[in-house]
Design a protein around this ligand. Structure first.
Ligand code: SF4
Length: 400
């Protein structure tokens, strides 16, 4: 089997906001300590909808990478790279396009949705239709078995799984596969070989997944089994042939609805954001100008925090004592709105402080960021090349 890997990407949108931090980056910070992680700038994905206005992509990419680093993404733990700098993604996308049925792409739920949402743009393009396949190539090229996604993105992961399954089915049948697999079974030793064969038969006759799990556990016990034999045996077990592309799994991330300055979800398109490294004066001013419960017109009108966007931010930034103070003070008109907003301002500034500090060396010397990315591009490319060697060979394109 292949090493476990997490892959996650972001389109370059320029400066990130606190919604990105709470919704995505905090999760990356945890993951980078748990698994080998690859985090990438999806600049080609930006072109699928922004093909007529590509000028800002490079600048936005660098800006976004500095925000990743500012948030605490650690390049010594995770590999950071830019999609277009690993051209193997495009090659795999092209090769997958040879076998991906058109109907699969047209049925991806976001295809029609996005076209309708972005109706001011002409998205009847080949690139836009194919973007889920490009996304599959991004994942499959690293044999990433874990992709952090929200509930709404699960269909995309399922799509990638189907693509990998179809690929393995079409091209995973190397010449003499059954014979090679039987030889590999013998290498397990007679007792294990017997158990493996029984479990395989049991699975293929009854479809019992626990038999597959037990057979995998048995393979894990054999430390000196060559990787190629291990892959063959996995394919032989489930009747799928040799596994060349790994079916990815969705690593479901809890939905985070970071409230914006108006109470709606924080989003650039709503104009209600605070950026990760926004200066303190601007943060203070934005929060002080936030709308509050419309019923609190005068200082001595009691309010209802449930109807106030500021309360939503208290739920992110304030501890229980402070939240109790807001509830009591608001409902009894014991506190004023500006007074109530101060702990939110303090909480945001405290969260941003280390981010500004971490970003400073990269702002002072942009070469540091370029070196990190050059190193990440190199590492990612090495992994991508390994997969492409197998993919080309499986598709009959090995000219060596
Ligand atoms: S006191 Fe606080 S929660 Fe109540 S309306 Fe004013 S800002 Fe909102």
């Amino acid at each position: 089997m292949y090493a476990e890997r997490v892959l996650s990407g972001m389109r370059p949108t320029g400066s990130l906001h606190l919604g990105h931090y709470h919704g995505v980056l905090k999760n990356w910070l945890t993951l980078q300590h748990q698994h080998p992680c690859l985090f990438f700038v999806a600049d080609w994905h930006a072109l699928t909808t922004q093909y007529d206005d590509p000028q800002g992509i490079v600048g936005s990419s660098w800006e976004m990478i500095i925000d990743w680093l500012a948030a605490g993404v650690d390049p010594t733990q995770a590999t950071l790279f830019i999609q277009s700098q690993v051209p193997e993604h495009a090659e795999l996308h092209l090769l997958l396009s040879m076998m991906a049925p058109l109907g699969w792409l047209e049925r991806v739920p976001t295809y029609k949705d996005q076209q309708e949402k972005l109706e001011s743009k002409d998205l009847s393009t080949y690139g836009f239709l194919g973007y889920p396949l490009l996304q599959s190539a991004d994942i499959l090229i690293y044999r990433a078995d874990k992709v952090p996604v929200g509930e709404d993105q699960v269909p995309h992961i399922e799509f990638s799984r189907e693509v990998a399954r179809r690929f393995n089915h079409l091209y995973g049948r190397e010449a003499g596969f059954d014979e090679k697999a039987r030889e590999a079974v013998k290498k397990l030793g007679s007792k294990r070989a017997r158990s493996f064969t029984q479990l395989r038969t049991y699975f293929q006759q009854n479809g019992d997944k626990t038999a597959v799990e037990r057979a995998h556990a048995l393979l894990d016990e054999v430390a000196d089994l060559a990787p190629a034999d291990r892959e063959r045996l996995c394919g032989y077990l489930e009747g799928t042939g040799k596994m060349i592309l790994v079916e990815p799994g969705a690593l479901l991330t809890a939905a985070s609805r970071m409230p914006g300055l108006d109470g709606q979800k924080m989003s650039k398109s709503y104009g209600n954001t605070i950026t990760l490294r926004e200066d303190a004066a601007s943060v203070t001013q934005k929060v002080r100008r936030m709308p509050t419960d419309p019923a609190r017109i005068r200082r001595d009108d009691p309010g209802n925090p449930d109807l106030c966007p500021v309360w939503q931010l208290h739920q992110v930034y304030s501890d229980e004592t402070c939240q109790a103070w807001v509830q009591q003070g608001c409902r009894s008109a014991g506190i004023g709105c500006l007074e109530c907003k101060q702990p939110v301002i303090d909480g945001i500034l405290a969260e941003q402080e280390p981010m500004r500090e971490r970003a400073q060396p990269y702002l002072d010397d942009p070469r540091l960021v370029r070196e990190i990315i050059a190193d990440g591009n190199r590492k990612a490319r090495q992994l991508a090349r390994e997969t492409m060697r197998d993919v080309r060979a499986a598709m009959g394109l090995d000219y060596s």
